[in-house]
Design a protein. Structure first.
Length: 252
């Protein structure tokens, strides 16, 4: 699977309950980013520029009845703000690529609930346009079973097959349409893992658009009915930790 090279580093942490794992992870990432930012920027100059920006904001409030003066101060404030942003760009570039890889790993482990032994799940065949006729057949290997018919008539822009996982393993589903075989992988596991949700885009000149394993969204936190996935929880935690760490470490 993509990003599997991160399993030895991040896997043990995410064997904890998801919220606790994200709490620790957000703190560590925020601390790392804050340290990199602090030591790759001229903090004295950043402090000075931030002070100037605050002064410009204060001045604009005092000149709110003088539009011409406000525009002049606004231009100066924009110049200072651009200088501040350009100086912080180095630290952003240093952390950008590692964070992209880490986010990719998290999305393949925390976005959905894994399919476990005994679970019922479904798979959808999406078409490029509504079809009036035709059939799709599904073949599954030992370890999976189909609930209902293995061959279905096409009557819209998608059809759904329901399956049951018998035992753990990695399986290849074989969809047959107009004599052509289309393959899609599914993983049955007690661990937090699953094959890519966006299944496979069909070959050229086919009426099939894509095949999809319908994983259930993994809810990390239910806050008064607001069911949050890993990304929403991470963003909230990382903002809180970043603000706190910057204040504690006097980072500008």
């Amino acid at each position: 699977m993509a990003f599997s090279f991160l399993d030895p580093f991040l896997g043990p942490l995410f064997r904890l309950p998801s919220f606790l794992a994200l709490l620790i992870f957000s703190l560590l990432v925020s601390l790392l980013i804050t340290l990199i930012y602090k030591y790759t920027t001229n903090q004295s100059l950043m402090k000075q520029l931030k002070g100037e920006i605050k002064e410009f904001q204060k001045e604009m409030k005092e000149l709110k009845d003088k539009p011409g003066e406000v525009m002049r101060v606004q231009k100066e404030a924009m110049k200072t703000n651009l200088k501040y942003m350009s100086m912080s760009m180095k630290s952003t570039l240093i952390t950008f690529i590692p964070i992209i890889f880490i986010f990719g790993w998290m999305n393949t482990h925390l976005a959905f609930e894994p399919i476990q032994q005994g679970d019922q799940f479904s798979t959808t065949v999406h078409f490029t346009r509504p079809m009036a006729d035709g059939q799709v057949s599904l073949k599954v290997p030992d370890g999976l079973s189909i609930d209902g018919s293995a061959t279905k008539d096409i009557s819209g822009d998608s059809i759904i097959f329901t399956l049951k996982a018998g035992k753990e393993g990695t399986y290849t589903l074989d969809y047959i349409y107009k004599g052509q075989s289309y393959l899609q992988e599914v993983i049955v596991t007690s661990e937090r893992a699953y094959a890519d949700r966006l299944v496979k885009t069909a070959v050229k000149d086919s009426d099939i658009k894509s095949l999809e394993i319908n994983y259930q969204k993994h809810i990390v936190l239910n806050l008064l009915g607001w069911k949050m996935g890993w990304l929403a929880v991470y963003i909230i935690l990382s903002i809180a930790f970043s603000l706190g760490l910057r204040k504690l470490m006097k980072v500008y």
